[in-house]
Design a protein around this ligand. Structure first.
Ligand code: F6R
Length: 611
């Protein structure tokens, strides 16, 4: 989604802003722009397309300034072009504004401002903001108060960074619904929508809360609430992320690097959290609420996309072992359908980024309704992690590829640990708990073994890269994996794919099967194996082409399918951690063979911060 970076200090901000934008590229964008103020003079440069295009043109101008803001845009209102790119400005270009989020009442504001002679040159919702600020400055407000007064008029969401050529000692930032962090430096300060944009310069960060407006100077900053005058004390956090973690580490794409990292990321998700002797898990972030969680009458899991798929696996785990009724809800639906939430319900919000607007909105709704709200997030200090009553970080490390891979397997590990924790507090025996722990500990080696099949999977991908449609079929714990496999293929290869519970195939999708339709069966040897073999026979009878993800000792499946990928076994609840890996690789190689931009698929953004 859109990215923000800003700088104030003694250095030339231009290279800092451009590098910051490059670090934000992974979030997905269609245009980029930069605004600077220097000796009462302001400059704005915007370009459609990649940051490198903007960078090239800026180099020619030889700009130098100590104050600037920059933006990568992911269009919501108005086509992606140079005019609609940020920063937006008032008529004399003295005020520059960059904005993440959506201003819902922009039409009304625009009409009102037009009556006072303000002229609009873009199709965006954001352009009302500089004009609104301008109108307050003309009434005698200083920048900070003009921003606060303007925010009072806005409905919707925003992460904002604003500079004004007549007050060149500051930038003003504000947050409501779109993430913003301050980076605290020595005689310089930074702002960004994502720490990755400023990590090269400082590791001291301050997370802004909704409703906060900050005046950022080069050597200090002043935070206030939108409608109160007192200064708010902000805590400075030290972050541990390194620049190396944000690089490709020799791989062609972030997605491949992140797939290959899974033996480590899965290990990191468990590290220090397993108590073998007690056959349970130790999760610091749930310590204060573990009893309440184990006694909850119902668990709701709310998430979007890939995180929603891991939630579905979580439902199976929690119902099988913790024996607590569990429901999984799309966060976007949960919020708007007046859900029944009781005080003795626990709600788990799963989000890699911790910033997904739909999930955050669902969390806020659930909190109002009095439920225990817990987070499973990857990004430390993210909004969902901070606003929940407790939670567990997945510790998968930064995920840059837009298609989520290692975050998914780490979410599964955390869900297994939470299941273990609750189940052992309820009626799971020590022996059963220890059996799960033992299997958990063996997963990293088994993942490594599957990753060694990369070449074989690449060859299979070559045979299917021109397919127009795909079906993914699985049963039980592997049904959500079928959904996830289909999502991975869709989002990076633009091939239409659907995931189905294998048994449902005969209730409709079987009509699609012919010799052009590949079907991927997730068919490890578990209690549903015989049934899924029957489903494979049904596809075979209709000449469908079949790829099977099967158990390593399953020789008999080869006579039924065109290609098989043999993987190690584990217990059913953990099988998705293994079965999903070949599907990630299959989608990756198909997209690469089609020559597509795997890390930044069209129309997609890494963190969806608009509803
Ligand atoms: C798919 C993908 C998305 C995200 C979804 C939720 O590969 O990345 O479907 O899973 O947008 O994002 P988070 O987990 O950040 O809330």
């Amino acid at each position: 989604m859109c990215g923000i970076v800003g700088y104030i200090g003694n250095k030339n901000c231009v290279p800092i802003l451009i590098n910051g934008l490059k670090r934000l590229e992974y979030r997905g964008y269609d245009s980029a722009g930069i605004g600077i103020v220097n000796n009462g003079h302001s400059d704005v440069i915007k370009r459609k397309g990649k940051v490198s295009i903007l960078e090239k043109d800026i180099e020619k101008l030889n700009l130098n300034s100590n104050l600037g803001i920059a933006h990568t845009r992911w269009a919501t209102h108005g086509v992606p072009n140079e005019t609609n790119a940020h920063p937006h400005f008032n008529s004399d270009k003295s005020i520059f504004v960059i904005h993440n989020g959506i201003i819902e009442n922009y039409q009304t504001l625009r009409k009102g401002l037009q009556k006072f002679g303000y002229q609009f040159i873009t199709q965006t919702d954001s352009e009302v903001i500089p004009h609104l600020i301008d109108s307050f400055i003309k009434q005698g407000y200083n920048l900070f108060n003009a921003v606060r007064a303007s925010l009072g008029e806005l409905e919707g969401t925003y992460g904002l960074a604003i500079i004004y050529s007549k007050e060149p000692d500051k930038l003003v930032v504000a947050r409501k619904g779109s993430p913003l962090v301050l980076g605290v430096g020595d005689g310089e300060n930074f702002v960004a929508s994502d720490v990755s944009a400023i990590i090269a310069h400082t590791k001291q960060v301050v997370y802004l809360e909704d409703g906060e407006v900050v005046e950022v100077f080069k050597d200090h900053f002043v935070t206030k609430n939108l409608d109160e005058d007192g200064e708010i004390e902000k805590e400075v956090h030290q972050i541990s992320m390194t620049l190396d973690e944000l690089d490709k580490g020799g791989y062609q794409h972030f997605m491949l690097k992140e797939i290959m990292e899974q033996p480590d990321s899965v290990c990191n998700s468990m590290r220090g959290r397993i108590l073998f002797d007690e056959g349970t898990a130790k999760l610091g972030g749930l310590e204060n609420v573990a009893k309440q969680l184990a006694e909850s009458k119902r668990i709701i899991i709310s998430a979007c996309g890939t995180s929603w798929h891991s939630g579905m696996v979580g439902e199976y785990m929690l119902e099988q072992f913790a024996r607590i009724p569990t429901e999984v809800e799309y966060a976007s639906e949960f919020r708007y359908r007046n859900p029944i939430v009781n005080k003795d319900d626990a709600i788990l919000f799963i989000s890699q980024s911790g910033e997904t607007a739909d999930t955050l909105a669902a969390l806020r709704e659930a909190k109002i309704r009095g439920a225990l709200c817990l987070g499973i997030c990857n990004v430390v200090g993210s909004s969902i992690a901070r606003e929940t009553h407790g939670g567990v970080y997945t510790h998968a490390g930064p995920e840059i590829g837009v298609a989520s891979t290692k975050a998914f397997t780490s979410q599964l590990i955390v869900l297994a640990l939470i299941t273990l924790l609750i189940a052992r507090k309820r009626d799971m025996s020590l022996v059963d708990g220890q059996a799960i722990v033992k299997e958990l500990e063996m997963l990293p080696d088994k993942i490594s073994k599957i990753l060694k099949m990369n070449k074989q999977i690449e060859e299979i991908a070559g045979k299917f890269k021109d397919a127009k449609n795909f079906l993914y079929l699985g049963r039980g714990y592997n049904f959500p994996v079928a959904l996830e496999g289909a999502l991975k293929l869709k989002e990076i290869s633009y091939i239409h794919a659907e995931g189905y519970p294998a048994a449902e195939m005969k209730h409709g999708p079987i009509a699609l099967i012919d010799d052009n339709m590949p079907a991927v069966f997730i068919a490890p040897k578990d209690s549903t194996y015989e049934k899924i073999i029957s489903n494979i026979e049904e596809v075979r009878a209709r000449k469908g082409r079949i790829i099977a993800i099967a158990s390593e000792d399953d020789d008999s499946i080869d006579r039924l399918v065109d290609y098989s990928i043999k993987i190690p076994d584990t217990i059913r609840m953990l099988m998705p951690v293994l079965t999903v890996i070949p599907l990630q690789l299959l989608a990756y190689h198909i997209a690469v063979k089609k020559g597509l931009n795997v890390d930044q698929p069209r129309n997609l953004a890494k963190s969806v911060t608009v509803e």
